[in-house]
Design a protein around this ligand. Structure first.
Ligand code: HEM
Length: 414
């Protein structure tokens, strides 16, 4: 039975809301956390599909509720889409792979790539990540004043994920930029005069084309990389189809690039805005970088939302949610929840209790690349702190998006 809910008067659905800054948005989330922690809202504006009658979503903004939803996949599933907006089924199939699946298929597909993310496997590429971070900073020093996102932040995540998957060097910018555009369709500056669906189509075409070329190359000549593992992997006795491999590739390309890139960018800006924190970290980098990274990720909250769908009528924090209704988790809000974090609006790199939700609230979809991301952040911040001590950044240009907290450009001087 469909229940007609009353929409909250608090706007978190309009383009104007998502075009404002995270600091502005946090004022709204604070109100919701205090007064209406589970609230019903109209569908996000600017979506690709027309809005259906009765459509809307429940906003989950408190830390404890985000954890509850994340840890109860039997009540709140991913298989009916994980984004706040409705996307065409073909787009979801082509790009989301196991991110938008439920057990048992989710478990099986996730297992196929999890071997590449174990601590042992990551330890083997640790030195390469460090070398690459050093090279990026060498080139920054040669380049001089520039756009920090293009010349620094995007490069290490792009290199790392492409190296792991086995993307040829001449295709890496194409892959990183296509992955970026796939989540940028709401931004008028990125979109230009194209329709959102056109932008998505172009990105999928570029990513799928690259993936298919690699599939053919690995079938002919296996290498020691993730693409070769995928080409030869079997699930329930069957090889993955080309479409399934392509979707895997799109997921890894988006998840592995954008998130870490934006954490680096927000982190550098935060170090400038909190100079005493920068000095504190530099005074004992080895001893302090562990908790500092957790705080950079909390601070950045580079993934803004993930959605679930209620599998049955269920109560969440005293609210009745009907089967089939959308439930959207707002990670930046959970990461500023004052009942969990002391002074949540302050960057505190030594924060002792930091159970942030930036990698998700736990459960089966918890970020697979979290340890990889932390290794990259550590390598790059070490290079930046000690080799570019006078780095100064200007005003960030933020992407308009309800999905990622992204910086398009950040001018820097050395
Ligand atoms: C600071 C960096 C990163 C952040 C903040 C981040 C955040 C997230 C979040 C919030 C989720 C969804 C969790 C959920 O639904 O419960 C996720 C899933 C995922 N992340 Fe990350 N991520 C980061 C870096 C990476 C990297 C470097 C990779 C490497 C490829 C990666 C791969 C994945 C994958 C494959 C999933 C899907 C897991 C699943 O559905 O089972 N992430 N990430």
């Amino acid at each position: 039975m469909t229940i007609a809910h009353t929409f909250s008067p608090v706007d978190i659905s309009s383009i104007a809301f998502w075009a404002s800054t995270a600091v502005e948005r946090e004022k709204t989330f604070k109100v919701l956390r205090e007064h209406d922690p589970i609230s019903w809202h109209p569908p996000a504006a600017g979506g690709i599909l027309p809005v259906e009658e009765g459509d809307g979503f429940w906003a989950v903004v408190r830390h404890q509720d985000i954890r509850y939803v994340s840890n109860h996949p039997e009540l709140f599933c991913s298989g009916r889409g994980v984004q706040m907006e409705n996307h065409p089924a073909q787009v979801l199939e082509a790009t989301q792979s196991f991110l938008a699946m439920d057990p048992p298929r989710h478990t099986k597909l996730r297992r196929l790539v999890s071997a590449a993310f174990t601590p042992r496997r990551l330890a083997t590429i640790e030195q390469q990540i460090r070398d690459q971070a050093a090279r990026i900073i060498d080139e920054l020093l040669d380049t001089g004043d520039c756009d920090f996102v293009h010349h620094v932040s995007m490069r290490l995540p792009m290199w790392t994920i492409c190296e792991m998957v086995g993307v040829p060097e001449d295709k890496r910018y194409l892959v990183a930029e296509a992955a970026d555009r796939l989540v940028s369709h709401a931004d008028p500056d990125v979109r230009g005069d194209r329709e959102p669906i056109q932008l998505m189509g172009e990105s999928i075409f570029a990513l799928a084309g690259t993936a298919l070329e690699m599939v053919q190359a690995r079938r002919a000549e296996p290498q020691d990389d993730l693409m070769t593992s995928l080409v030869h992997a079997e699930v329930d006795g069957e090889r993955l189809t080309d479409d399934e491999i392509t979707a895997f590739f799109c997921l890894l390309a988006v998840a592995g690039n954008d998130t870490t890139r934006n954490t680096i960018t927000h982190g550098v800006k935060a170090l400038q805005d909190f100079p005493e924190q920068r000095r504190w970290l530099a005074a004992d980098f080895e001893g302090r970088i562990g908790p500092a990274i957790e705080e950079f990720v909390r601070w950045a909250s580079p993934v803004v939302t993930f959605r679930r769908t209620a599998t049955r009528d269920v109560e969440l924090a005293g609210h009745q949610i009907a089967a089939g209704e959308k439930v959207v988790m707002f990670y930046p809000s959970g990461n500023r929840d004052e009942s969990v974090f002391d002074n949540p609006d302050t960057l505190d790199l030594g924060r002792e209790l930091n159970p942030h939700l930036a990698f998700g609230g736990g459960g089966p979809h918890y970020c697979m690349g979290n340890m990889l991301a932390k290794r990259q952040l550590r390598a790059l911040f070490e290079e930046l702190l000690f080799r570019v001590p006078n780095l100064s950044v200007g005003e960030p240009q933020y992407l308009v998006s309800s999905f990622v907290h992204a910086v398009k450009r950040l001018p820097c001087t050395l």
